[in-house]
Design a protein around this ligand. Structure first.
Ligand code: ATP
Length: 235
């Protein structure tokens, strides 16, 4: 595994959010974490990013433990998160948001070239580069959050609910961009309530229920599983 979560326990005070979660992503994969509201998906991602400290368990990246690293150091190892609800800097322009995504980098000349690459992938962001991010539509903000995360040149992208609040057509567009980003070489761990979309692009998936992994396997097998269909695919 490139990124591996081992027996992770996390609590918020008396609330036990993760009760021994283990999962992982191999290089080049798209792996999905699916599950209902409150299952612990976001907590898993935020713990990988170093934003939450676990009670016990380990997270390794290329065999090295991330557990004691601060978030910025985890980003500089090559792991970047696209947060739930986008969290773009609303009072900054699109261009400034992208520059913020590169804050850990010293190679300023290459940053310019990478901004061009983001604009090539998301032409709508280039058209709006001088606009304040808070004035963008939900879909455009999702694109900006993805572009900003890509500016740290991540090896692994952690994506939290990219489809949230988007119209179905935009969801299709965002998911095809996620696939393209993966095909260009970025490994992806994707958290989604839209299990249908997530299983359609992932190679493997884990199903979380109340802080535990209850099912894991090939995404195509899980999509055919009667329990998964009943609970998460509305079939
Ligand atoms: P969602 O899709 O709603 O984000 P999730 O699967 O990502 O759901 P988490 O957000 O990780 O689930 O939540 C796991 C559990 O931890 C839930 O019981 C939730 O209520 C609780 N929880 C999450 N964040 C906090 C917090 N900051 N303080 C207290 N409890 C929290």
């Amino acid at each position: 595994m490139l990124l591996e979560v081992k027996d992770l326990h996390v609590s918020y005070g008396a609330i036990r959010a993760l009760k021994g979660v283990s999962c992982g992503v191999k290089e080049g994969e798209i792996v999905a974490l699916i599950g209902a509201n409150g299952a612990g998906k976001t907590t898993t991602l935020r713990t990988i990013s170093g934003l939450i400290r676990p009670i016990s368990g380990d997270i390794t990246y290329k065999g090295k433990s991330l557990i004691k690293m601060p978030p910025h150091q985890i980003v500089s190892q090559g792991i970047s998160q696209v947060p739930e609800g986008r969290r773009v800097f609303t009072r900054m322009t699109v261009l400034e948001n992208l520059e913020m995504g590169a804050y850990i980098r010293n190679d300023k000349a290459n940053v310019k070239a990478d901004i061009k690459k983001v604009f090539a992938r998301f032409p709508r962001l280039e058209e709006r580069k001088a606009q304040l991010a808070g004035t963008l539509s939900g879909g455009e903000q999702q694109m900006l959050a993805m572009g900003r995360a890509l500016m740290s040149q991540p090896t692994v992208l952690l994506m939290d609910e990219p489809s949230m609040g988007l119209a179905p057509m935009l969801v299709q567009e965002i998911f095809s961009i996620i696939k393209e980003i993966n095909q260009a070489g970025t490994t992806i761990l994707l958290v989604e309530q839209n299990a249908h979309m997530a299983l359609s692009i992932a190679s493997r998936a884990y199903v979380l229920e109340t802080g535990e992994v209850v099912l894991a396997g090939q995404a195509s097998d899980l999509a055919k599983d009667p329990e998964v269909q009943k609970a998460y695919l509305g079939e």
